[in-house]
Every structure is written in C-alpha cells, then in structure tokens.
Design a protein around this ligand. Structure first.
Ligand SMILES: Nc1ncnc2c1ncn2[C@@H]1O[C@H](C[S@+](CC[C@H]([NH3+])C(=O)[O-])CC(=O)[O-])[C@@H](O)[C@H]1O
Length: 322
C-alpha cells in the first residue's frame, strides 16, 4: 500500500472525478508494489532532503516561480541544487525555485506561448494533460485559472521531478499520477484535455485519439501537439528505425492527414492553430542534462534534416471538440 496518493483520493472523492476511485487506488498500489525504477527510492530520498520553505509568492502566470519573503540562504541553496541535480535529466521546464533556476533542456514556456492565445479560457475547468513530463505545463494551466489539474506520465523520474517542484509550491489542485494512457478508464470528465509530444510515440494513433476523446466531457476541448511532416492528406512518415535519435517513433502524419484522423474518430471544429520548427533556442543542452540534445539530433551539414535524413522536427498544434 502507498499513501502518497491519499490526498488526491480525498480530493476526487469530493469532486466530479469520484467514479475514478473504483479503479485508481488499486492501480496505483500495484504500481507502487510492482516494478519501481531501481533509483526510485534514491530520488524520493533526495526529495525528502529538500528544505522546508514558505511559498509566500507563487507565480504561475508567466513562468513557474516560487519565492519566500525570507530568501534561501546560500549554503542551503547549494545543497538544494545538489539534491535537485540528483534528479537529472531535467527535460521540461524551466522552474524558478527560491532563486534556483532549473534551466531545463526544453524551454517548455515557448510551447505554452504558442498555444495559449488559441485555447478556451481555463478558468474553473477540470484539465488533464496526457504525457505531461515533469508537469511544467500543469503549473501553467493552473496559472491560467484551471480549477483542478491532473497530469499523467508513466516515466517515474518525471514523477519524482514533479514531486520536487510540488514540495516547494504546495498546490493540491495540481497533481501528477505515474500512469500511461492505457491505464485510464473512459472518465468523460475533463473540460480540456492536452496531449503534447505523445501521439508519435503511440503504436496505434487512432486508438490514442479515441482514448483522449473518452476523457473529455461532451463538447470538451482537445489540445493536441505533435510532430508533423509536409504533405497532403495521404502523407505519413513511419521512420524505419529512429527519428532524431528517438526510439519509439511510429507515425508522423502531415497536418492534413492528422486532421482526417481527428475527424474519423469523431472530433469536430478541428483547427490547426500553429506550426513551428523546433529551434536550438527551444531545445538545447544545459547543466541540468547530461545527455545529448537537438544539436546532436540534426544533420551537422543541414539543420533542416535529422541525423537519419528525415525532415527536421516540425510541430503542429490542433484544437478540436469532442
Ligand atoms: N503511454 C503513455 N501515456 C502517457 N504518456 C506517455 C506514454 N508514453 C510515453 N509518455 C510520455 O510522453 C512524454 C513525451 S515528451 C512531451 C512532454 C510534454 N507533454 C511536452 O509537450 O513538453 C516528448 C517530447 O519531448 O516531445 C514523456 O514524458 C513520456 O514519458
């Protein structure tokens, strides 16, 4: 049994997600007693060692930042950086935690800026983010007024990173569960569902779109962000092996093809609101990752190609209604 999710259960018992309690506690207990990552205990130990600081000012509107009136002493800051560094690689962010700038590989704020002008007002909404990474966008959703925010992501390190940020911010309305999309029953309870950077990792994109739709209330809004390629409604890239050194990339459709897929699973009011080629400002190597980054994934002689010779990462944002 694990009790780390008890506060979450207590909250959903009182809100419109209470039917989730039929399956969720058993799933999360199985997760906890099952195959935890070899370093999981060590990650949690580092989180326990983070200092207690008052969250006097929390800014989630234009960044993710927490500060207290009493600044963190320098020595303590050094120790805190050490514990946070044990949770490397920090991919999605950045976070500003009591004067510590967690300068992540990705400027996830760039993606937020691209989508924010196009989405329905999140005020008072129940919001789900499928494949939320360390949860950067969960905080921005809350900052945009969402009432209750849930992220799911099966990567346990990202769960640990979220717990580290939550340790400082302490907002019970923002939650991350270490689950994958296949673990979700059709909840039909979220006003807005985000899924960004996940579709191309799914072996069956149609099933995935259907699973996303099953999380939405009637008329609810999907924000789907994924890699695309140029081409017509019949163009889909299925990389032979890796794409930009990423394993597990299955389908990269054209925008037209993806629009057709969304239509086919029953989404309406489908809008393509943004197309953007990933730049070296948005994804780059920092002190918070030890691995390679975009620069190493592109053809050194042609930044418009991946190292495998495919078109370089081009990302689209679609909005649609269930
Ligand atoms: N079955 C699954 N169910 C849910 N999540 C999954 C699954 N499989 C992998 N993931 C998770 O999907 C995320 C994809 S990253 C996008 C992060 C954020 N959304 C971003 O838009 O920056 C990709 C990118 O960097 O582009 C990872 O955190 C995986 O653990």
């Amino acid at each position: 049994m694990t009790d780390i999710f008890n506060p979450f259960y207590a909250q959903i018992a009182q809100n419109r997600l209470s039917h989730w309690l039929e399956s969720l506690p058993k799933q999360l207990n199985d997760w906890h007693s099952g195959n935890l990552h070899g370093e999981y205990k060590q990650w949690m130990k580092n989180i326990e060692l983070l200092p207690q600081m008052k969250a006097d000012r929390v800014n989630l509107k234009d960044k993710v930042q927490v500060t207290s009136f009493e600044p963190m002493p320098q020595g303590l800051q050094k120790k805190t950086i050490h514990h946070l560094m044990q949770l490397k690689p920090w991919r999605k962010g950045p976070y500003h935690l009591h004067g510590i700038h967690v300068d992540t590989e990705w400027r996830s704020d760039f993606k937020w800026e691209r989508l924010a002008p196009h989405i329905s007002d999140l005020s008072d909404r129940y919001v789900l983010d499928v494949g939320c990474g360390s949860g950067y966008h969960l905080w921005r959703m809350r900052g945009a007024g969402a009432k209750f925010v849930v992220g799911i992501d099966p990567t346990q390190l990202f769960f640990a990173q979220f717990m580290a940020v939550q340790h400082f911010i302490q907002d019970p309305a923002v939650n991350l569960l270490p689950l994958g999309i296949d673990d979700l029953p059709p909840l039909r309870s979220f006003d807005t569902v985000f899924s960004m950077g996940v579709l191309y990792h799914r072996k069956s994109p149609m099933d995935f779109l259907q699973q996303l739709k099953a999380q939405l209330t009637k008329g609810g809004e999907l924000i789907l962000e994924t890699l695309i390629i140029d081409g017509d409604e019949n163009t889909v890239l299925v990389p032979e092996d890796r794409y930009a050194k990423m394993r597990n990339v299955w389908f990269i459709p054209s925008a037209k093809a993806l629009e057709g897929w969304l239509k086919k699973v029953g989404f309406t009011n489908i809008r393509l609101v943004n197309i953007d080629q990933t730049t070296l400002e948005e994804q780059r190597k920092t002190d918070w990752i030890d691995t390679e980054s975009l620069e190493d994934f592109l053809d050194p002689n042609d930044p418009n190609k991946t190292i495998e010779g495919y078109p370089a990462p081009l990302r689209a944002i679609f909005i649609a209604n269930a």
